[in-house]
Design a protein around this ligand. Structure first.
Ligand code: HEM
Length: 451
């Protein structure tokens, strides 16, 4: 997972470039291979060439237009500063006007035909803009505030201990992703939504079905999806399954409302009218899914990196005060959300470069997190960086609603694991997800000894 940036550049065959200037008046033409990398799930799984491609873009043409067959043209936003700026100006760069992840044209067409014109198969906060976005976000804002999620700490700790006890019983080895990291956020979310333990396998199946539509086994030509139509259809099927699961829960919470999160959503009033079924189901769906893979990925990404950087593991084991730094570095390093899309609503100049109305912008968090202008030695996993510079939870109006919960989950997990861990090492071939959207390990075989 580690590697220095010059080495990465030579791997990709791209020329190392001059230091980035503050104002790029004559940006260099983007080598054709870079566009292909940005849409290739396989490139995200292997990462070396992709990171070199991002470095080239940051240094030479950070907002250049990319045209790849099968996709509408898009502009990758690759520097930390530009990602912050685009996210901050959410009135100009909107989330809902077009697909909010980079999808092939065929997927977009199918989504629109299934929905009667909308590019979105669900309607969550992620696809909304003002004035709806703040109204819907308001419904659960209090629930996800730092002080509110702190009340869940005891339950989260019990869940973490249970999984770590289970790990101790499998010291001969386990797949850390499947047997530990995936289950942890699922159990936390289920506790938060007060869902019965007996639903665990069903809910995990639903989430995995949704992710299967993202994590395509890479096609031989490395394109985004072997079959874009199948991708959209799978997504649609997963949405319908979630609807079957959540609709009765919402109905029950409407009949006998409580203080719980499902009741808050079920009984929300938007602009004088009760929230619609589609929006309520979408809301629960995004809470369950957005918090599942991301937290699991950041934890398993950290374990992978700690195995490869034993000095960092020793450092954090000997100073528990560093655990919050480990949490931030885990999220920066792994970038569980690798990109989201925005659409420009007017002609603007961004950091000295022209962006036209209608342009589709790809906020490349994976690149922003490795920006050498924002982080020293960005390609090193290093515990103890400035925690305020983390971009992996997004920025601005759409900043991750679950960020405090996510941090608490990770903090508690490492607080429980590290004192009990004598040693840990990778015992097989770890693999990353083959997805341009969701990032992190998909398999992490490890051996370890617990104290
Ligand atoms: C390490 C863990 C996590 C990471 C890296 C992460 C990352 C992100 C990012 C980058 C966004 C911004 C998307 C955009 O600007 O379009 C976002 C939004 C969101 N996240 Fe997270 N997330 C994590 C955990 C969670 C958890 C635990 C939950 C809930 C239980 C959650 C719920 C949401 C929701 C609902 C949004 C949409 C917010 C909005 O559009 O207003 N996330 N997340």
């Amino acid at each position: 997972m580690s590697g220095n940036a010059d080495e990465l550049l030579s791997v990709s065959g791209l020329p190392p470039g001059p230091a980035r200037s503050a104002f790029v008046s004559e940006p260099a033409a983007i080598p054709a291979g870079i566009g292909a990398l940005l849409v290739s799930p396989r490139a995200y799984a292997t990462q070396r060439e992709l990171l070199a491609g991002f470095r080239w873009l940051r240094g030479h043409n950070p907002l250049g237009l990319i045209e790849v067959e099968g996709f509408d043209p898009f502009r990758p936003v690759t520097t930390y500063a530009d990602i912050v700026e685009v996210s901050r100006r959410h009135d100009v760069f909107r989330s809902g006007d077009r697909a909010n992840t980079l999808v092939p044209k065929a997927t977009d067409r199918l989504a629109r035909s299934l929905t009667g014109g909308s590019p979105h198969l669900m309607r969550t906060l992620l696809q909304m803009d003002a004035p709806d976005h703040p109204r819907y976000r308001q419904i659960t804002q209090r629930w996800f505030a730092r002080q509110s999620v702190a009340a869940l700490e005891g339950r989260i700790r019990t869940i973490a201990r249970g999984l770590i006890d289970g790990m101790a019983a499998r010291a001969a080895g386990c797949d850390f992703v499947r047997e530990v990291a995936q289950l942890y956020p699922l159990r936390v979310t289920m506790a938060m939504l007060e869902l019965p333990d007996t639903d665990e396998a069903h809910l995990l199946g639903l989430i995995q079905e949704l992710f299967r539509s993202q994590d395509e086994a890479p096609a031989r030509d490395g394109r985004a999806s072997r079959d874009p139509a199948r991708h959209a259809q799978r997504l649609q099927d997963a949405v319908m399954e979630f609807d079957r699961y959540f609709a009765p829960l919402l109905e029950r919470a409407r009949r006998s409302p409580g203080d719980d999160l499902v009741s808050q959503i079920a009984n929300a009033v938007i602009d004088g009218r009760p929230i619609g079924r589609f929006e309520a189901v979408s809301y629960l769906m995004v809470i369950v899914t957005a918090g599942h893979h991301t937290v699991g990925s950041a934890i398993s990404g950290a374990i992978w990196a700690l195995c490869e950087n034993p000095d960092e593991l020793r450092k954090v084991k000997s100073d528990p005060g560093l655990v919050p730094h480990l949490v931030e570095e885990a999220v920066r390093w792994t970038a569980p959300v690798q990109h989201v899309m925005r659409t420009a609503t007017e002609d603007v100049v961004l950091n000295g470069r022209r962006v036209a109305r209608g342009d589709w912008l790809m906020l490349c968090y994976l690149s922003g997190n490795r920006d050498e202008q924002a982080f020293d030695a960005p390609d090193r996993f290093c515990i103890g960086r400035d925690r305020s510079r983390n971009l992996a939870f997004g920025y601005g109006a759409h900043i991750c609603l679950g960020q405090h919960l996510a941090r608490l989950e990770m903090q508690v997990f490492f607080e429980e694991l590290l004192p009990r861990l004598a040693w840990i090492e990778i015992s097989g071939v770890p693999r990353r997800l083959a997805s341009i959207f969701i990032g992190g390990p998909r398999a992490l075989p490890v051996k370890f000894a617990m104290l």
